[in-house]
Ligand binder design. Sequence first.
Ligand SMILES: CC(C)(COP(=O)(O)OP(=O)(O)OC[C@H]1O[C@@H](n2cnc3c(N)ncnc32)[C@H](O)[C@@H]1OP(=O)(O)O)[C@@H](O)C(=O)NCCC(=O)NCCS
Length: 170
Amino acid sequence: MMSTPEPPPAPESVDVPIVLRRAEAGDVPALVALENRVFTADRLSARQWRRHVGNAGAAVILAVRGEALLGAAVVFFRAGLDIARLYSIARAPETRGLGLGERLLEAAEDAARTRGAARMRLEVREDNVAAQQLYARRGYAPIGRRDGYYEDGADALRFEKRLDEAMPSS
Ligand SMILES: CC(C)(COP(=O)(O)OP(=O)(O)OC[C@H]1O[C@@H](n2cnc3c(N)ncnc32)[C@H](O)[C@@H]1OP(=O)(O)O)[C@@H](O)C(=O)NCCC(=O)NCCS
């Protein structure tokens, strides 16, 4: 997905912790608002979010501070298939540098393991350096590309990680 330029970090209330939890139907308006702040194209609609949140074949994981939604990740599973798919991951622009992308990705991988997946796959825009750095840090390796994958015709790189192997220590 294409992301918007990021504003400088806003002062945050440091005493309220950021926690991860599963999304519920009532989170859909906040998910749509987050999506509109983060992405300029390939956005998920309220209808798509409702479908994902209510879908037993998906996990929608949120990062929240109090009432504020700061990030989200969506993973898909398919019965009988040991490959999970990271469909979307994003954190609010003002949370850059807090490691939220990493926390969300780790939670997505845990959810996939719990569902019996041995591998996680994902697509990422070729020009999305921040996301590719995150995936490389967490042990994802390139497995190919999809030409013209995004709405604006941009190509996607495909990455995969084995979930049943320990991360190499860095
Ligand atoms: C991809 C994403 C989830 C990664 O989150 P993250 O790993 O928590 O990223 P952080 O905010 O901790 O930043 C880690 C490092 O990535 C790099 N980075 C982050 N955002 C960047 C940007 N917009 N441009 C260039 N580098 C960036 C920086 O090196 C940054 O460290 P620094 O801020 O100390 O310089 C996050 O960048 C994001 O939400 N992007 C918008 C949505 C998106 O592109 N999602 C993936 C495709 S679906």
